[in-house]
Each structure stands twice: as structure tokens, then as C-alpha cells.
Design a protein around this ligand. Sequence first.
Ligand code: XMP
Length: 524
Amino acid sequence: MSDLHDDKILILDYGSQYTQLIARRVREAGVYCEIYPWDVEFEQIRDFGARGFILSGGPESTIGGETPEVPLELFDLELPVLGICYGMQAMAQQLGGRVENAGKSEFGYASVRACGHTELLRDIQDYQTDEGHGMLDVWMSHGDRVAEIPPGFKLMASTESAPIAGIADESRRIYGLQFHPEVTHTKQGVAIYRRFIHHICGCGSEWTSANIIESSIADVRAKVGTDEVILGLSGGVDSSVVAALLHTAIGDQLTCIFVDNGLLRYQEGDQVMSQFADHMGVRVIRIDAEDRFLAKLEGLSDPEDKRKAIGNLFIEIFEEQADKQNNARWLAQGTIYPDVIESAGAATGKAHLIKSHHNVGGLPEDMKLELVEPLRELFKDEVRQIGIELGIPREMVYRHPFPGPGLGVRILGEVNKAFADTLRLADHIFIEELRKHDLYDQVSQAFVVFLPVKSVGVTGDGRRYNHVVSLRAVETIDFMTARWADLPYDFLDHVSRRIMNEIEDISRVVYDISGKPPGTIEWE
Ligand code: XMP
């Protein structure tokens, strides 16, 4: 098999919210790509060995002041370049064109007329006008526009509000688009990216799940040889896929440590054991540490104190177990590509950071174990796809995210076992009903929050004075902003009745209608 990384694209990031989406479109086209900040040393750009470059959009204006630039040496490489939105404007300005403020910003749908018969847009269209012009329905989001085409370029696309919505210098294979082909609103976006990547840059389609698995297995085997590896298995998607991948690659050389902290979801610990240990034959050591966690949490009500206590104890227990595996030389981690980008290490290659911002506070560096991170190059959707191909059930792979501190941050204030047990049951009812009503996959995250206040209720002739829970369900793409999910009233009514009928400790159910911002997704 040829190296999966032979054909690759480099994306220079100018800060657009869509940059990762561009990368996903490239990957979906079967081509490996990475994202570098626009101001990385040029040598790194050159040494990456891309077959072509994409310049992302960004929030800045090229007009006035010091603005992010395109490294002009890029054009000396004589490789194809595609500039999107800001990427096109910066390129146009630096190559001798002119950019102006459009007077008013344009956000939303637009109809673009493709012109100039360029390689990039040839035969790609949504419909034709009566005059025979090919038209594209696209997504625009910009305040500036190109006012003068740089020398050597010709017009490739135009709209009413942006007469220069696309430019091309076909002799140098340099293209610019004012609209965003990476968002799904641009109907022919995938076709445009594929045209650029395959046809103009000449990349093949080697980047597939099957090839990624095969190559990761080979890499892991070459890296660890006959050494032993340990992995903290949480039951979340990333660590689960690492477990499955490493098990396939090195079998019994892998030992997973699964710490049940008593703050997991309903029957989660048993599910993890049954899937990995019983079903897949992975060597998993389960540590039942509920008592230790609950003891540590006693008297703590501040969310940050709780997070720290849970994270530190996790590390303590993990280290105790790791010490017992004294032959282990490697520590496996479920770091994925967005973590690498966020750690700002993507470009320098220096980032060999332990996943500290995530889950349980990270593992200590003085463990003297070397890291193996087989998902380091992958986006979440790629990780999921690989998980499915490695035989992890869909239900586990597509499970909503769950915070590292678990129910510890969903029981407001001080945590105790009775509250955790009650919350687990309520959460289970909500999730079970979401699945039954085909709503689970329509929301990004859903859960129940336990409120340690009491409220009066009535059952039959009796008065109840019990706890309150809140249902929370959100829709989001990136978890940075979110909308509360507009779940049907009948459905909410049904869930609320079930919870109050089946769980004695709960006398009231509310629905959280806070967006993020100003709220957060979790309550603590
Ligand atoms: P917030 O509450 O910040 O949550 O809007 C955004 C996403 O992050 C998850 N979350 C956490 N994940 N450790 C984690 O691993 C944490 O301490 C933590 N806090 C929040 C949350 O579930 C949501 O998906």
C-alpha cells in the first residue's frame, strides 16, 4: 500500500469558524490534510510536502493596519492554491489587485454566476438562466470584496453584490472564491472541493477508513514492538476506539484500566466491561472506586473543587494500577486532531502534550511512559467511522459526549450516593425515551441535572416533598455555542410523568431553556 500521506493538502488558517470544516471536506474527498496557522515559518509550509494549498477565510479585513498575509513564497512553489473569502481577498490584494469594503455585510444565500469557463467550476452548476449562464446557489459571509482583479487573473464568478466573487489565474493554477464551498448550504461545495483536490492538485483518494486502520496498525506495531501498553479506558468514543485499534494491532500487549468512579451513567460500567472484555477480548482491569470518589467529594460543593478532586483521584488510582503493570513502557491516549490544533502544536510538531484540558485533568508526565496516540491525526467523524469498522456498536460510537467528572458536575453542590443513584435513573429514562422516539440522534447532547432543592408535590392523597430534576437537551455543531432543543411537548410530558411516577425521590421535572451563551451546556 502506498503511504496514505503521499497526496496531501495544506490549509492555512486565517481564523475562520469554517477552517475545520474545510479540512473535513478534504478528508471526505479521500485526501489527508492538515491545518497550519497562516503565520507559521515558511520552511514548515514548504517541508509539509502538499500537492496544493487552501487559504481559509477569516474575521480580519485586508484594508488598513497590519493584517494577516499570504506568504508570497507560496506562489514560487508553483503548486495550486485556492483562497476562500478572506484567503482570496488577501491573495488578490498582495498580487496587485484591490479590496474594498462592500458598504454592507452580506451573510446568507446568494446566487453566483459562474463565468470564464475555468477548470475549477466547469460543468458545475445548480441551474441555468434563460440566457444560458450556469448558476450556483452558495453561502456568503463577508464585509469586504475584491474591487480590482490582480494582473494575470480573470473573472471566474460574480454576484450582484460581489461582482468579483471568484478569480482565477489558470496558468499558475491559483483560484479564489468569495463564497464558502465548505458549508452544506453551498450545494455544489463538495464538487468544487473535489475538483480542486483531485483534478487540479492531482491527489488520489487513499484516505479511507480501511486504509487508515491498516496504516495505524502498522505504525503502532512498528512503534511499540513487543512492549506492553496501558490505556485509561473511559467508555467515551476516543478511548474506546483506541482500545479497539490497539487490541487489533497488538492484542494482549494492551492492558486497559477502567476506573468506575460511581459517577457514570446507568449501567455504563457493566456495558464497558461487557463490550470490551467479554465481547472483544480486550484485557481490561476494572477498578471499582465509587467509595473512594464519594469520600473525596464529601463536603465539597464548589464545581471547580469537585472537578479537581475527581481529576486528582483518577490520576492517583490510575498511577497505582499503572505501577502494577511494571512492564508497560507506553501510555496510549485518545488525543484527536482538534485537540492537537487547540493545543496550538499542529504546526510546530512540538506538541506532545498530554490531554490536559480534557476529561480527568490529564495524566502526570513523570510516569516515565512514552505516549502512543493513534488518533492524533483524526477528526471525530473519522474516529467514529473507524470505531464502527472495528466492531464497536453504533450505540456506543455515537453516544452523546459525557464530561470527565461525570455525574459529579450534574449533581449541583455536594454529591452523595443517593443523589447519584436517583440521577442515574432519571437520566436513563430520558435517554431511553429519546431513543424510542428517534430523537436521540437529533440532539447533540441530552441529560438530566439533579437539583438539591425540595419542592412540594402530591400523589394520590399524599403530599410529597422531594427533589427537582431538570432535563437538558441541546443542538450544537461545536459545543462552543448551543441552542436548547425544541423537543415536542408531548414527548416532554411523557418523560416528566415517567420520571415522577417511577422515581419516588423526584417530585418535579423542569426543562432547561437556556442557550449557550449565556448559559453553558452543563450546569456546573
Ligand atoms: P459547557 O458546559 O462548557 O460544555 O458548555 C461544553 C461541552 O464540554 C463538556 N464538558 C466537559 N467535558 N470535562 C469534560 O471532559 C469537563 O470538566 C467538562 N465540562 C463540560 C460538556 O458535557 C459539553 O459537551
